[in-house]
Design a protein around this ligand. Structure first.
Ligand code: FAD
Ligand code: 2HG
Ligand code: ZN
Length: 504
């Protein structure tokens, strides 16, 4: 039966750590695991280091191998480069001087935010210069009335949320990596996250961008207005292009008003069909206050409960739905939620559930959802897929994949942003395994393509998905992308081997 959340939580979740660091050996070098060929780029020499030191000082030009190592390996421990120089600029002018020099020398560059990306885009593939944005972390201005934040691109998302909340605002994006990822990384990947259903994606919420082109030119595309139809919308080139067209240095973000009333419901359901009916009813009954709609299957929740030693507020069900409402009037919102839950339970769509507006309990329910990604990584190696699929076939691929990988995997599970038709299909196993890899790819992309889905709903293409871009983009569109890359970065120094398909 529907009941209030009991105080049964004993949660002790450490902040995000790079998964490979905790217990695992370093992954193979990317060039070996994926047999990729190094492009025709120059190799760093002593004169280059001297020049970089003259731009950022020796303390921010790092050449010690062990200091660089965390920047060479991605968050998942899935890809590894071997860069020998890490630069930490503090200003746009420094970024400009670095890129101008790299372009003239034909030195390849990998730009890096918080290094939480899940598609191998944030670390070098070979020996690219790593441009870490982590010291570009100044918040310049918050306009409380207009609801606009202006900041450097290396600000951590959670810090921005804390900052704008003091002005009665909220960030339009939220995701499990918020304590580590940068707003510049979010914009470069056009990250989706947990509240996209409410606030839309970053193409709508980024008002202005300052970016540096490969040749060092600074492009000031900053704007403090939602409405600005003056020619081509160049800022959009940098949103979601994963650092291949320029380096984002500054942003203006539209921030919605912080919600006064937040409620979270965690519901147990018998089938995907019941979940879909509940989603539709939630949209109709909750309307404008619905702010998140997340699916969790039984095995995903099980991973979190086991890995983080948590308790679930509900007993075991095949599916769970996490719904959040955000509004300005608690009484009004509670009335809507009660009506919605009572009707859904009467119809038999929801079997059990709990609802709360207590801040700590809201957070604990969210932890059950937000930590699935890392709980699965703790189990070993995870093949992660992030696809858009029509809701009518949204979950079908999970049992299909279970069948395909059989006993080779520990766990095949599905979760994600069902409200936005975005499924996260994860296959966990002991370690990277060629046999599983062959059984899963390219099958998962062919399957998605047949349903006219997207092979990357929100994580981007990075390094790991370049050869699968063709499943979501027609040849004509791919060619135009290549032409745009050639115009913006003729020497191809920015994030080579990423986004665009490789020749080898
Ligand atoms: P990085 O990982 O450092 O880089 C990502 C890409 O952006 C790289 O190609 C890099 O070169 C480029 N880049 C970074 N900064 C800049 C810059 N200033 N200029 C130009 N290029 C740049 N993603 C989602 O979309 N939704 C989610 O719900 C979500 N949840 C996650 C939960 C967890 C636990 C984890 C580990 C990851 C999650 N992700 C999610 C993936 C990831 O966090 C996002 O893609 C995030 O936006 C990456 O930001 P970052 O600062 O870590 O960027
Ligand atoms: C999420 O929604 C993230 O939790 C990560 O996008 C998904 O790890 C994944 O597959
Ligand atoms: Zn996601």
């Amino acid at each position: 039966m529907y009941r209030p959340l009991a105080n049964i939580w004993k949660f002790n979740f450490n902040s995000l750590k790079r998964c490979y660091q905790s217990s695992k050996a370093l992954p193979d070098l990317t060039k070996d695991r994926y047999a990729v060929k190094r492009g025709d780029y120059a190799t760093i020499d002593d004169n280059d280091i001297k020049h970089f030191e003259s731009i950022v000082s020796s303390s921010r030009c790092i050449t010690d191998t062990s200091d660089i190592e965390p920047y060479n390996v991605d968050f998942l421990g899935a890809v590894r480069g071997y860069s020998q120089v890490l630069l930490k600029p503090k200003t746009t002018e420094e970024v400009s001087a670095i890129l101008k020099y790299c372009n003239s020398r034909k030195l390849a560059v990998a730009s890096q935010g918080g290094n939480t990306g899940l598609v191998g885009g944030s670390v070098p593939v070979f020996d690219e210069v790593i441009l870490s944005m982590q010291l570009m972390n100044k918040i310049e201005h918050v306009d409380e009335t207009a609801g606009i934040l202006v900041c450097q691109s290396g600000c951590i998302l959670e810090k921005l949320e804390e900052h704008v909340s003091n002005c009665g605002l909220s960030m339009p994006i939220d995701l499990g990596a918020k304590g580590t990822c940068h707003i510049g990384g979010n914009v470069s990947t056009n990250a989706g996250g947990l509240r996209l259903i409410r606030y839309g994606n970053l193409h709508g919420n980024v008002l202005g961008v300052e970016a540096v082109k490969a040749d060092g030119t600074i492009l000031d595309l900053m704007s403090n207005f939602k409405k600005d139809n003056t020619g081509y919308h160049l800022k959009h080139l940098f949103i979601g292009s994963e650092g291949t067209l320029g380096v984002i240095t500054k942003l203006a973000i539209a921030c919605p008003t912080a919600s006064k009333a937040v409620n979270v419901a965690f519901l147990g359901l018998e089938s995907y069909d019941a979940l879909l009916k509940t989603f539709l009813a939630a949209k109709r009954d909750l309307g404008e206050i619905l702010s998140a709609c997340e699916l969790i299957d039984k095995l995903s929740l099980e991973a979190v409960l086991q890995q983080y030693k948590l308790n679930s507020p509900l007993s075991e069900y095949p599916f769970y739905l996490l719904l959040e409402t955000s509004g300005s009037n608690m009484e009004h919102d509670e009335e809507k939620i009660s009506h919605f839950l009572e009707s859904a339970m009467e119809r038999g769509d929801i079997l059990d559930g709990t609802v709360t507006n207590e801040t700590s309990k809201v957070a604990r329910i969210w932890q059950l959802r937000e930590t699935i990604s890392t709980a699965l990584v703790k189990e070993g190696y995870v093949f992660k897929y992030d696809v858009s699929l029509p809701l009518s076939h949204f979950y079908d691929i999970v049992p299909v994949m279970r069948e395909r990988v059989g006993d080779l995997a520990y766990r095949v599970c599905g979760y994600g942003h069902v409200g936005d038709s975005n499924l996260h299909l994860n296959v966990s196993c002991a370690e990277f395994n060629q046999e599983i890899y062959k059984r899963v790819e390219p099958f998962v992309y062919e399957y998605t393509s047949k349903l006219r889905g997207s092979v990357s709903a929100e994580h981007g293409i990075g390094f790991l998905k370049t050869n699968y871009l063709k499943y979501s983009k027609q040849p004509e569109a791919l060619n135009l992308m290549k032409e745009m890359k050639a115009v913006m970065d003729p020497n191809g120094i920015l994030n080579p081997y990423k986004v665009l398909p490789r020749q080898n």
